[in-house]
Design a protein around this ligand. Structure first.
Ligand SMILES: [Ca+2]
Ligand SMILES: [Ca+2]
Length: 398
């Protein structure tokens, strides 16, 4: 689908790694769509907002839209942004390097690619076509590739505090050549960070460009300009971000801070507050993907600050036991580390839809849940403990 002419070779191993990250987070639905088959070969219709036509509207589409912004071509018969298949217009002269026609970026179909089309991406964000294929990410390795780094001057926080996490890209040793834009997912901790999308004044997560920076002149004046897009999906505990060059700004090379997240803590903080950059796609001025390493940042209250000293994964897969699995009724969750504790257990179905929070005693290292009233099938349990979060699958049998 996105193969020919790409200079960066992505091994199966790397693909599988990013696939796994994606599944364990949220979107089993995407995987299921992928398993059901490859995209159909019939005349490609335009789903407004799904600019790269992979079946889901997300931040990668923002990156594609930004690359095509300013282009014009034939308009569609249907000039609207409704989430339904629209007959494509005559082919436009320009295509993306992967061969996709620029007409897919004209979300409203009026023949011009501009900010109105970005608004349709926002309107249709996270919606899916009946068939979805995974977006392509280029996950790098710390020490070998430039890093998308989350940092803070002070990782000690307190309930209700507003914290800043700065985001930088590349380093003096690993500079970014011909930066066009970057799309990535910020995974965060919904238990400890205030909600954003149902905000009542103090929003959980927001993002601003660092100004000035190597991608932005002071106050956005001059020719070195970039823009930022963020969509926070509290239910999925992710924010979808895109940072890209402004229209006619051209490419820029360099390294260092690019943006700052502002994060508002909940009034009660339990354990560590984790933030991760994930599912990263960096594009250069030829729209080629370059490998970038992810990063993790953790805040803690003063009393939990000792937990910050370990940079190793705090919670390992084998530290959470679920049995019997499959179950026809009761399911026991047990932590093997007696110093850890269960804080919250959120239940999702195999399609990734949130079903609710399971009642777990707190603090405790074990809990029993009755699955007797749930239909048979696969479920995902997102288990938050003092040491971190893990998602586990459980099966309910008849
Ligand atoms: Ca898409
Ligand atoms: Ca348009």
């Amino acid at each position: 689908m996105h193969a020919s002419g790409r200079p960066i070779f992505v091994s199966e191993l790397q693909k599988n790694r990013s696939l796994k990250v994606w599944i364990t987070n949220t979107a089993a639905a995407i995987l299921i769509g992928t398993l059901m088959g490859i995209p159909s070969l019939k005349a490609q219709q335009v789903w407004p907002g799904d600019v790269n036509n992979n079946g889901i509207v997300n931040n990668v589409d923002v990156l594609y839209w930004a690359f095509a912004e300013g282009a014009s071509g034939p308009s569609r018969a249907s000039t609207n942004g409704d989430w339904a298949p629209q007959d494509p217009p005559e082919l436009w002269a320009e295509t993306f390097p992967d061969g996709l026609n620029f007409s897919f970026a004209d979300c409203d179909g009026n023949g011009v690619i501009n900010s109105a089309d970005l608004n349709i991406i926002k309107d249709n964000f996270w919606l899916t076509q009946p068939m979805v294929s995974l977006d392509e990410f280029f996950t790098g390795t710390v020490g070998q590739d430039p890093q998308l780094l989350l940092e803070t001057a002070d990782p000690i926080t307190e309930p209700g505090a507003e914290e800043v996490a700065s985001l930088s890209l590349g380093s003096e040793q690993m500079q970014i050549d011909s930066f066009f834009g970057i799309a990535f997912t910020l995974k965060f901790d919904t238990l400890n960070i205030k909600p954003t999308t149902n905000m009542g004044g103090n929003a959980g997560i927001s993002l601003d460009l660092t100004n000035p920076s190597w991608i932005n002149d002071p106050m956005g004046m001059g020719t070195n300009r970039s823009e930022v897009f963020i969509e926070v999906l509290d239910d999925y505990a992710v924010a979808q971000v895109a940072i890209y060059r402004g229209p006619n700004a051209g490419a820029v090379s360099g390294f260092g801070p690019v943006a700052e997240f502002s994060i508002v803590m909940e009034d009660i903080i339990v354990g560590l507050v984790g933030l991760d950059t994930d599912s990263i796609r960096l594009a250069n001025s030829d729209f080629e993907g370059l490998e970038v390493a992810p990063s993790r940042l953790q805040f803690a209250t003063a009393e939990d600050s000792l937990l910050l000293q370990s940079r190793e994964p705090l919670l390992r897969e084998e530290e959470i036991k679920l049995y019997p699995n499959p179950t026809n009724g009761w399911l026991t969750l047990e932590l093997t580390d007696n110093d850890n504790e269960i804080q919250a257990v959120d239940l999702y179905n195999a399609q990734g839809a949130y079903l609710g929070r399971l009642n777990a005693p707190r603090p405790a290292t074990a809990a029993k849940f009755n699955f007797g009233s749930y239909p048979r099938g696969l479920y995902m349990l997102r288990i938050k403990t003092k040491k971190g979060i893990l998602t586990k699958m459980a099966a309910r049998m008849p």
